[in-house]
Design a protein around this ligand. Structure first.
Ligand code: WT7
Length: 635
């Protein structure tokens, strides 16, 4: 029996039950049937959430790139592995076959070796969304070096912090990058960052934009001449199952970013298995995830998961608004994309634009739509479903985290009936629990609580690089014997989960627990509203009251603000109840967002609480300029 590809709800429940009754047997079967091992494991799982220590497939030996590339060469040598769509629509797309990918990774890996990089060394990758980025990840994995990708939109300070935290010896970057009509001086940012990174011995530079840059003697080298000289064949380093594969930084609610460390075998098995099932990938499909490889979504669902399945994965260099807001749909039509995976923030931005951008493109190739990164509000869900999916492509609302490595709660297309704003059911092998504040599990349905996971899954991050204590404190200390996600969730009458937002964003108003997401959802239903964010501020009687920041659609901009405020509270009253009405509503031209599209509530909370002398680190904001505007007009 193959349990690799789930086709209907009955089968989901069957496989799910099996996976939680005997997880070890279940994952052992998946691992045995679908991957290439140099040596099989001695032990499927050992774990202790108290220490915490988690090991999957201990004793096994493998190389993930053999699984992502070499083993496809017999059947898929000439199939496109990576389909590169450049920023400029007039520049031809590149189809990199599995055979070509094998050669490019081999050459790149040999260059790394020639520069003194070996197993266990950390390599920082700071590249735009060009094929070299994916190839660089795989080249590191080929020789057992640990990659640490830093999103190429981060500042020099953010980059240097991350380089130093993991003592990277090498940085891989490019001269510049293209984003829409902008060309960015990436190498200049690296030069700035490296002023405070004494441990970096070499910098490999990809030529992308032909811009004039400084090359530091003895440190910086152009990549291409080295590749031209290099041998295409690079024998894979044989890794232990638990050897580190990569570090990826994610921001915590306080302090330094956390270097989440993922290990090899479990990550491979889980990302491959989820990719296959969540996107129902079939051999001829063209799969496109619009994320950047600088985030976990790109690691797991542009590179490793798709390639482990021998899929064709699209890599898009550009932005959704260039040359116009029809670009996503143009690319879908051009490459006949079958699975499309994006973020709610992108959906909302596109929904704000006229329908002509979408109507002129043929989207009939699409079969499955995905969303990830934040709760998707009802309005955006329907827009996506009606206009992109034409009501025939199921939407997979996939809940997961940098820390989880792979998708955790999600519908399985054509098997799980979808429900707007619900991530629905736990993926195979995932055992969620909702906890109350006293630390008790809340059983049954129609309940809400803090979302925890009771049992390890193969791709859980194994530690925070260099700070295991923080790993323990952040994820395993709030609830005994549980991984704590930091999110709140509710479970409806049929057992579907809806993620209500970070619990650090929960606001208690007059003793009532209010998640920000449902209130924002309600506000966003108002026809004049584009986006909103709710925070709490101290209130004499209620404990906390609600402050809403609201951006308007063009149609709303001319409206009288006091009337709009009344209407918004009316909508909230209708959707949630008068308890959730906002005390203050500030209209603003934008909301401060991180580069991954998350609203930075920390800043909004401080402004609402009038604690503006120390706003904390705003360096990771996409639009720092709105902060001043919001402060100037604060209520
Ligand atoms: C946090 C993790 C996983 C890749 C991108 C984000 C929120 C993520 C959903 C979803 C509601 C979601 C959670 C989670 N989140 N997906 N489908 N519905 N919330 O990774 O930066 O590590 O963020 O994003 O709050 O904890 P990340």
């Amino acid at each position: 029996m193959s349990n690799y590809h789930i086709k209907h709800l009955e089968e989901y429940y069957q496989v799910y039950r099996k996976s939680v009754r005997n997880p070890e047997l279940f994952w052992e079967e998946v691992a045995e049937e679908h991957f290439l091992w140099r040596k099989k494991w001695d032990n499927v799982l050992s774990w202790d959430f108290k220490k915490p220590e988690i090991k999957w497939f201990e004793g096994a030996k493998l190389n993930i790139t053999e699984n992502c590339i070499d083993r496809h060469l017999t059947t898929r040598a000439n199939k496109t592995a990576i389909l590169f769509e450049p920023n400029n629509p007039n520049e031809p797309a590149q189809h990199i076959t599995y055979k070509q990918l094998h050669e490019r990774v081999g050459k790149f890996a040999n260059v790394l070796k020639s520069k003194g990089i070996g197993k266990g060394d950390r390599v920082c990758i700071y590249l735009p969304m060009i094929p070299e980025l994916a190839v660089a990840l795989l080249a590191c994995a080929r020789i057992g070096a640990i990659h640490s990708v830093v999103f190429a939109g981060f500042s020099a300070t953010a980059l240097s912090t991350r380089i130093n935290d993991c003592d990277a010896k090498m940085v891989i970057t490019s001269d510049g990058s293209y984003r829409g009509d902008k060309s960015i001086d990436l190498k200049g940012i690296v030069d700035d960052a490296l002023k405070s990174c004494p441990g970096v011995q070499s910098v490999l530079v990809v030529n992308r934009t032909n811009r004039t840059i400084q090359m530091k003697d003895g440190r910086d080298v152009w990549l291409q001449p080295l590749l031209d000289e290099a041998d295409t064949n690079c024998e894979p380093e044989i890794m232990d199952a638990e050897d580190p594969l990569f570090i990826l930084y994610t921001s915590g609610s306080t302090g330094m970013p956390k270097g989440m460390m993922h290990s090899t075998a479990g990550y491979m098995v889980y990302t491959a298995y989820t990719f296959k099932n969540v996107f129902q990938y079939k051999e001829e499909d063209i799969y496109w995830c619009t994320a950047d490889i600088g985030w976990i979504t790109g690691h797991s669902y542009i590179v490793y998961g798709p390639l482990a399945n021998g899929a064709t994965t699209v890599m898009f260099e550009g932005v959704p608004s260039y040359p116009d807001f029809g670009r996503f749909w143009e690319v879908v039509e051009k490459h006949k994309v079958t699975q499309f995976y994006t973020a709610p923030t992108a959906i909302r931005a596109l929904a704000k634009q006229g329908m002509e951008f979408i109507e002129k493109h043929d989207l009939s190739s699409l079969k499955v739509l995905g969303t990830v990164g934040e709760p998707i509000n009802e309005e955006a869900w329907h827009w996506y479903n009606d206009n992109v999916g034409k009501k025939k492509s199921p939407i997979v609302d996939t809940w997961w985290q940098t820390e989880t490595g792979g998708i955790m709660i999600t519908p399985i297309p054509f098997a799980t009936p979808t429900k707007p704003t619900y991530a629905t059911l736990p993926f195979i092998g995932i055992q969620p629990a909702l906890m109350d504040e006293q630390g008790n599990e809340i059983k049954g349905n129609q309940v809400d609580g803090r979302l925890c996971i009771k049992f390890p899954w193969p791709s859980i991050a194994r530690t925070i690089w260099g700070n295991h204590q923080r790993y323990k404190d952040t994820y395993f200390s709030a609830f005994e014997n549980m991984y704590f996600t930091g999110d709140g969730a509710l479970r409806d009458e049929v057992g579907y989960y809806r993620i209500t937002g970070r619990v650090d964003d929960v606001i208690i108003v007059s003793g009532h627990n209010l998640g920000t997401a449902p209130i924002e959802d309600a506000i966003n239903e108002h026809p004049a509203v584009s986006e909103s964010a709710i925070v709490g501020f101290p209130h004499d009687v209620k404990g906390f009251a609600l402050y809403g920041y609201v951006t308007l659609k063009e149609t709303g901009e001319s409206r009288d603000h006091d009337n709009l405020r009344k209407e918004i509270n009316q909508v909230i009253t209708e959707h949630i109840g008068p308890i959730a009405k906002l005390d203050k509503i500030q209209f603003t031209s934008g909301l401060p967002k991180t580069r991954s599209g998350k609203i930075m509530r920390r800043i909004l909370r401080k402004i609402a609480c009038k604690e503006t002398d120390n706003l904390g680190d705003t360096s990771t904001l996409l639009n720092p300029e709105v902060v001043q505007e919001i402060m100037d007009n604060a209520l």
